[in-house]
Design a protein around this ligand. Structure first.
Ligand SMILES: *Cc1c(COP(=O)(O)O)cnc(C)c1O
Length: 463
C-alpha cells in the first residue's frame, strides 16, 4: 500500500513514512493510492469481533510494513486504557436513533481514539529506525491533552505543547500540565492561540532548526489519525445490521478529519446511507455542500470550540476525489483559497459530493436547547459538540438507523451543559482528583527565539 499526495508533486510514501512525515512536501495531504475493500462476508465476520480485533483487521492492509501481530498488539494496548469495555459503545436515544460514545479515552474526547494508537505507532517506527523525534504542537484545548496522553513516557519522543496562557479552560490546562513525565513539556505562551500556531509554523519553516531537533507533528492531517477513525464507523454499522442495513452518520465537524474517515469507510465498501456534516456558526463546510463555493469568513467563538475553524484542513482529501484525483485541479483550488479567499467547484464535483454528504448548521441557542431536550426526554447529558450533531440528526429526514457521533464527554464542558439543563456533569473517577494534582509548565513570551532556545535546552537526547 502506497500513499500519494493530493497535490500530485510529492514522492509516494509507505505507511511508516506517511506517519512520520505528516504534511507532504508539496503542501498536500497523503491519501491511500487505492482503498482496500471489505466484502459483505468480511463485514459479517467483523460483527463477531470485539473492537480491538476488528480494528486490527480493518487497519492491517493500510499498514503493511508494521506486521499484523505487532499492529494487533499496539491496538490492544491503545484501547485497554479506555474506560468502557466496548471502547466506543452505542447508546439508544429513541426510535432508530443512537449515540456513539467516542469519549471513553483518557482525555474525554474522540481524539483519544486515534491518538492512543498514533503514539504507539510513532514509538514503534522510531525504535525500528533508531530515530528520535521532537513533536511540537499548538493547542486551543483538546488536541494538546490528547497528544500528551498519547506520547507520555515514550522513549523516542519529546513533546512540546504551546497553549495560550489564561485562554484554555482549567480542566483543559490541568489535563496537560498535570502530566509530569520527563518527555512532556508544556509551554504557556503569553499570547493567543493564533500566536501559538504561528510560532509552531515558524519553527517548521526554519529548516535548520527543524532538522536539528528532528521536528514532527501529530496534528489532524496525519494520515494515521484519519485511518484509525475509520474503524468505529465500520464497527457501529455492523452492530446495527450492516451489510444488510445501511446506516446514516451525523458528525460534529471542524477540520473534517472525523467525517472524512466515515467517507473512507464507505469507499471501503461499508453501506452508508448519508454522512451529515454538522457545523456550528463557523459554517464554511455547510455553505460548500449547499452551494459548491468554499469561501473563508472569519471565526467566531462558540460553546463548541473544537469546531471553531476558518478552513477545514482535511477537506482537501475529499476535494482530491471530487476532482477525480487530479492533483493539478486541487492545486488550483488551493491557490484560489490562498490568493482570493475561496474557490468554487463545478456542478459535477458538487453532485459527486452530495451523493453521500448532507450538511446542517446549528446556532448557539439551538445547541443549548438541544442539550436540554435530550436531557428532558432521556436523562442523558451531552456536550455542545454532540448537541450540534444531534440537532442535525433530528432536523434532517435521514434513512436507516441514525448514529450521532458523541465526540466529547459532557464533563469536559460543564458550564455549557449546566446552563442548558441545570445539571452539572461530573468528571469520571480517573480524573476526579485533577484539581488537586501538581502542575508543571513554563511561561514564555510570544518570541520565536526564546521558544526555540527552550526546546533545544529541554528536549532529551540519546536516551
Ligand atoms: C476535534 C473535535 C471535533 C471536530 O473533529 P474534526 O475531525 O476536526 O472535524 C468535534 N468535537 C470534538 C469534541 C472535538 O474535539
Amino acid at each position: 500500500m502506497h500513499y500519494i499526495s493530493t497535490r500530485g508533486q510529492a514522492p509516494n510514501l509507505d505507511f511508516q513514512d506517511a506517519l512520520l512525515t505528516g504534511l507532504a512536501r508539496d503542501g498536500g495531504l497523503y491519501v491511500p493510492e487505492v482503498w482496500p475493500q471489505l466484502s459483505a462476508d468480511d463485514l459479517r465476520a467483523l460483527a463477531e469481533m470485539d473492537y480491538p480485533a476488528a480494528a486490527a483487521r480493518i487497519l492491517a492492509p493500510f499498514a503493511e510494513g508494521i506486521g499484523v501481530e505487532r499492529l494487533a498488539a499496539m491496538i490492544d494496548e491503545a484501547y485497554a486504557v479506555f474506560d468502557d469495555p466496548g471502547v466506543v459503545p452505542l447508546r439508544p436515544i429513541g426510535e432508530g436513533q443512537w449515540l456513539m460514545e467516542l469519549f471513553h479515552g483518557p482525555t474525554l474526547a474522540f481524539k483519544d481514539v486515534a491518538m492512543q494508537l498514533l503514539g504507539r505507532l510513532f514509538d514503534h517506527v522510531l525504535e525500528q529506525r533508531n530515530q528520535r523525534v521532537t513533536i511540537v504542537g499548538a493547542t486551543s484545548g483538546d488536541t494538546g491533552s490528547a497528544a500528551i496522553e498519547a506520547c507520555r513516557d515514550h522513549q523516542a519522543i519529546d513533546i512540546f505543547i504551546l497553549y495560550p496562557e489564561g485562554r484554555v479552560s482549567e480542566v483543559q490546562r490541568r489535563q496537560m500540565t498535570t502530566v509530569l513525565s520527563d518527555n512532556v513539556h508544556n509551554i504557556a505562551i503569553q499570547g493567543t492561540f493564533d500566536d501559538c500556531q504561528a510560532l509552531v509554523k515558524q519553527m517548521f519553516d526554519d529548516l535548520a532548526f527543524r532538522d536539528e531537533i528532528a521536528m514532527s507533528a501529530v496534528n489532524s492531517i496525519n494520515w494515521a489519525r484519519v485511518v484509525a477513525q475509520v474503524v468505529y464507523y465500520v464497527t457501529s454499522a455492523v452492530a446495527l445490521g450492516a451489510p444488510e442495513t445501511p446506516v446514516s452518520f451525523v458528525v460534529p465537524t471542524g477540520n473534517f478529519g472525523c467525517v472524512f474517515a466515515g467517507y473512507g469507510a464507505a469507499r471501503m465498501g461499508l453501506p452508508v446511507h448519508r454522512l451529515v456534516v454538522a457545523t456550528n456558526r463557523n459554517d464554511i463546510l455547510h455553505r460548500f455542500f449547499q452551494s459548491g463555493e468554499y469561501r473563508t469568513d472569519g471565526v467566531v467563538a462558540t460553546q463548541s470550540p473544537s469546531m471553531d475553524i476558518q478552513v477545514a484542513s482535511n477537506f482537501e482529501r475529499l476535494l482530491f476525489d471530487l476532482a477525480e484525483r487530479d492533483g493539478e485541479v486541487v492545486r488550483g483550488y488551493m491557490d484560489g483559497l490562498a490568493n482570493e479567499g475561496g474557490f468554487r467547484v463545478g456542478r459535477a464535483e458538487l453532485d459527486r459530493a452530495r451523493k453521500i454528504f448532507d450538511s446542517h448548521r446549528v446556532d448557539e441557542e439551538t445547541t443549548t436547547a438541544t442539550i436540554a431536550e435530550l436531557h428532558r426526554e432521556t436523562g442523558i447529558l451531552i456536550d455542545p459538540h454532540t448537541a450540534v450533531a444531534l440537532r442535525a440528526a433530528r432536523d434532517l429526514d435521514l434513512p436507516g438507523p441514525v448514529v450521532t457521533l458523541a465526540t466529547a464527554h459532557p464533563a469536559k464542558f460543564p458550564e455549557a451543559v449546566e446552563r442548558a439543563c441545570g445539571v452539572r456533569p461530573e468528571l469520571p473517577a480517573a480524573l476526579a482528583d485533577i484539581y488537586q494534582r501538581e502542575e508543571r509548565y513554563t511561561v514564555l513570551p510570544n518570541d520565536l527565539a526564546r521558544v526555540q532556545a527552550h526546546v533545544r535546552q529541554h528536549r532529551r537526547q540519546d536516551k
